[in-house]
Design a binder for this molecule. Structure first.
Ligand code: AGP
Length: 608
């Protein structure tokens, strides 16, 4: 996923573009570029991160009160300056920045080449600049863009400048997010609200199939069949600082440390005053349909999928609901059996993951009740589902999901209680017990975070390991999978998450003294069986890092131990995952890696 920024108004554009690109580097950072309009379209690009672009810009004196910018996560064409956006047509009349994939770009490219166009990149995006220039012969501005986009198959968050219309930006959205920031005599465009928050909180979120002309005077919206569109200006409340690091070394650490507040924010206003009912306003309008639901399918990718696996236990235990959890990237290619009494819940931090969006669209085609559990307000999953619940976790900038994952578990707990009470499968007393224990979680998380130094010591002890296993059972199995993903993502150690019960079906063949295991072994309903798994590991010389709630039970079975507070079994994942996030983070530092910029990854995968 790429970062897009645009400005038109009374200020110099370049500082606005550069601040916006810096705020969006997590969306992709293998190359970047800007273009301003001053007696023509002036473009500067650079391979590498935004700092490289700043070095290039020092050799130019870019002036102009309108401009566009882009930070790239390559999909077509290697990450180099020639493939960096903005892209121009052959005559320098049109400049574009694009987020998405043009599926029919090859045929369009051949057609344009045959008509005499020359290309200077291998990207799919560049065809858009040439197509729009061609269509400018039949009408300028949105008319040309509209005609060009009629030729295009694929996804785009598109921002266009035209040499002959220097004080107007043109935007179009299909499958990739775009938001317009409304200022006084100035407007902003971005793929991500936090890029323009330093300037305005008043935002217009575009939906798929919408185009707009954005100028100093105002915003003119229409859709792909050229009918005018009226949209509300929304007040976006995140603080810019919330997207900064709060003084921590990395976004990942900042976001791990703010998790006590995240749980508070995720539950705020969602538990009634006497503490025995979950109150989820986002589900109220589908409450009647929810009572008719006889099956829940949860879809997601990566950490969101693992959160769904915890949700499966929660919905079964607290709501008595039959649940399946599916990888969105697989679900969308199956022929899932869905009825109007099926609910499909999409979990997605960004709300823009292509596979998860397609899974939801498949569910809608089959008339399921579609629900979203999303962090980014106004994102595609939020807008394309019938109802849902926002995380209220604040912007998650670190590529490795931490606070959003914890918020997902929190909201899934609330949703399970809500559904259990709606269906009459959860007594008020039982609901009160869960909600009271949930109320204690932020303080319990805080105590674990104070234990960071001992987790750093463990990371230093094992910093040279090349492989490790993460093991858990029942509620702890999804945390084992998630913990392994965290370790892989930021430290590049080959880590595998396994259900304890699966050990004897193969993985135990890997175990020797050079292959450590992290075992999530809180005192819960399956502890005895987990302890047996630990004894099997020991018998083969395997070293163990134990994550426990009762040291006396496991101290003789492990080399290293991390103690977490005891809570209800169904809430224990909220606590055992915290030291796993810290262990991955500290391992990355021990191995001199940047946990905020893991190689080959971007924060949200909006391409398939
Ligand atoms: C998790 O640390 C990864 N960043 C990745 O697996 C992520 O969870 C996945 O891409 C889903 O993203 P989403 O929640 O924004 O849909």
């Amino acid at each position: 996923m790429c970062g897009i920024i645009g400005y038109v108004g009374k200020k110099q554009a370049l500082p606005v573009l550069m601040e916006g690109l810096t705020n969006m580097e997590y969306r992709g950072y293998d190359s970047a570029g800007v273009c301003v309009s001053k007696e023509g379209l002036i473009r500067v690009r650079a391979q590498g991160n935004i700092g490289k672009l700043k070095e290039q810009l020092a050799q130019h004196n870019l002036q102009g009160t309108s401009g566009i910018g882009h930070t790239r996560w390559a999909t077509h064409g290697i990450p180099d300056e020639g493939n960096a956006h903005p892209h121009l047509d052959c005559h320098g009349s049109v400049a574009i920045v694009h987020n998405g994939i043009i599926e029919n770009y090859q045929e369009l490219r051949e057609e344009l080449k045959a008509a005499g166009h020359t290309f200077d990149s291998q990207t799919d995006s560049e065809v858009l600049a040439h197509l729009i220039e061609v269509e400018c012969e039949h009408g300028s501005g949105l008319t040309a863009i509209h005609r060009a986009l009629k030729r295009v198959r694929g996804t785009y968050g598109l921002l266009v400048m035209m040499k002959d219309l220097p004080q107007t930006l043109f935007v179009a959205r299909m499958g990739s997010p775009l938001v317009i920031g409304v200022g006084s005599q100035e407007h902003y465009v971005a793929s991500d609200p936090s890029a323009i928050l330093p300037y305005t909180r008043d935002m217009i979120f575009l939906d798929d199939g919408e185009l707009a002309a954005v100028s100093v005077e105002g915003v003119g919206l229409m859709n792909l069949d050229q009918t005018p569109v009226n949209k509300q200006v929304e007040r976006f409340m995140w603080e810019v600082e919330a997207a900064k690091k709060n003084g921590q070394a990395h976004f990942m650490l900042k976001e791990i440390l703010e998790q006590p507040h995240v749980i508070e924010n995720s539950t705020r206003g969602r538990i009634d005053l006497i503490g025995t009912r979950a109150v989820l306003g986002g589900l109220s309008e589908v409450q009647d349909r929810l009572q008719e639901i006889d099956r829940l399918i949860i879809v997601g990718c990566g950490s969101a999928y693992y959160a769904g696996l915890v949700g499966e236990y929660l919905f079964e235990e607290l709501a008595g609901m039959p649940v399946e959890v599916e990888l969105a990237s697989e679900f969308r290619y199956r022929k899932p059996i869905i009825s109007t009494r099926t609910a499909v819940l999409a979990i997605s931090q960004s709300g823009e993951t292509a596979d998860t969006l397609e899974a939801i669209r498949e569910a809608k085609r089959k008339h399921a009740l579609t629900l979203g559990l999303v962090n980014v307000v106004g994102s595609s999953v939020a807008r394309e589902t019938d109802a849902g619940v926002y995380n209220h976790a604040g912007p998650e900038v670190g590529v490795a999901s931490t606070k959003a994952f914890l918020s997902q578990l929190t909201i899934l707990t609330l949703m399970s209680v809500y559904l259990g009470q709606l269906r009459g499968t959860l007594s008020e007393r039982a609901a009160g017990e869960v909600l009271a224990a949930l109320y204690e979680i932020p303080d319990q998380v805080e105590t674990i975070l104070h234990n960071r130094a001992s987790i750093r010591d463990i990371a230093l002890t094992y910093q040279d390991m090349t492989n490790c296993l993460f093991l858990g059972r029942k509620y702890q199995a999804p945390i084992a999978y998630e913990s392994a993903l965290k370790m892989k993502e930021v430290s590049y150690v080959h880590a595998e998450g396994y259900s304890c019960g699966e050990m004897k079906h193969g993985p135990i063949a890997l175990i020797d003294k050079s292959f450590p295991s992290v075992v999530l072994c809180p005192e819960d309903s399956v502890f005895e069986k987990t302890r047996s798994s630990m004894e099997e590991l020991r018998a083969r010389g395997g070293k163990i890092i134990a994550v426990t709630t009762n040291p006396d039970l496991v101290s003789h079975l492990c080399e290293d131990m991390i103690v977490v507070p005891q809570t209800l079994e169904c809430l224990q994942p909220l606590l055992t995952v915290i030291p796993m996030q810290l262990l991955a983070y500290e391992m990355a530092l021990a191995r001199n890696l940047d946990p905020d910029r893991p190689r080959n990854l971007a924060k949200s995968v909006t391409v398939e």
